[in-house]
Design a protein around this ligand. Structure first.
Ligand SMILES: Nc1nc2c(c(=O)[nH]1)N[C@H]1C(S)=C(S)[C@@H](COP(=O)(O)O)O[C@H]1N2
Ligand SMILES: [Mo]
Length: 202
């Protein structure tokens, strides 16, 4: 009797299906998690560079990045410390747009994201292409606050949020995978919240 069974399982009080395993809804809050001192970066001095295993290493200033086709993310974010936040809205540019200009070589399969502060995190090329990753400067239609990575951060919302490097300044294409900051300190190489890939070995 699939009908009644589905009805019972779908009752109020059940877990929100948007919550990955082991996560809770943090509500309106947006916790700040930063390993290093918060840098003050004036938009006029910010730039992003895509380099490494690419045909055309390319940099964009703040003004140049804002002239690229805009792209928005609406949806949820998930931190490895177990909070999730629903219905966020970020604005910026798709990582696809940057990579189309820089043209990764055929043997480029990984990316190291580097922040102005030196924070790093590694990603597979697959996880930052196909409309899954953004470089963002707006949250909820307003400039991204500095404590959340303003003026510009990486956003890879289908992975745990440590992959979303704040104060992003560089995406370096690589032929081989290399661990970033948290990945060297025991975090999982990929960090898929739906598979609870929190730590090495998960
Ligand atoms: N540069 C930098 N980016 C970072 C971090 C950091 O310490 N430094 N922390 C990561 C972690 S662990 C998380 S959960 C999110 C936190 O983003 P928020 O402070 O905007 O919530 O940023 C990620 N990006
Ligand atoms: Mo985190």
């Amino acid at each position: 009797m699939p009908g009644p069974t589905r009805g019972f399982l779908g009752r109020r009080g059940d877990r929100d299906p948007r919550l990955p395993p082991g996560q809770y809804d943090v509500g309106g809050d947006w916790p700040v998690l930063t390993a290093e001192p918060t840098p003050r970066i004036a938009p006029e001095t910010w730039s992003i560079t895509v380099d490494g295993a690419v045909e055309s290493p390319t940099s964009w200033t703040w003004d140049e990045a804002h002239r690229l086709p805009p792209s928005e993310y609406r949806g949820d974010i998930h931190c490895v410390t177990t909070w999730s936040k629903f219905d966020t809205r970020f604005g910026g540019v798709s990582v696809d747009t940057l990579l189309e200009a820089a043209r990764p070589t055929a043997d480029a399969h990984f990316v190291m994201a580097t922040s102005r502060t030196g924070y790093t995190t590694n990603l597979s090329l697959e996880d930052v292409t196909g409309g899954k990753a953004w470089v963002v400067w707006e949250f909820d239609g307003k400039p991204l606050p500095v404590e959340h990575g303003g003026p510009v951060r990486l956003l890879v919302p289908h992975l745990y949020f440590w992959k979303s490097a704040k104060w992003i300044s560089r995406l370096t294409l690589m032929n081989r995978d290399q661990p970033g900051f948290w990945e060297q300190n025991g975090y999982h190489d990929r960090g898929d919240p739906w598979r609870q890939q929190r730590y090495q070995g998960d």
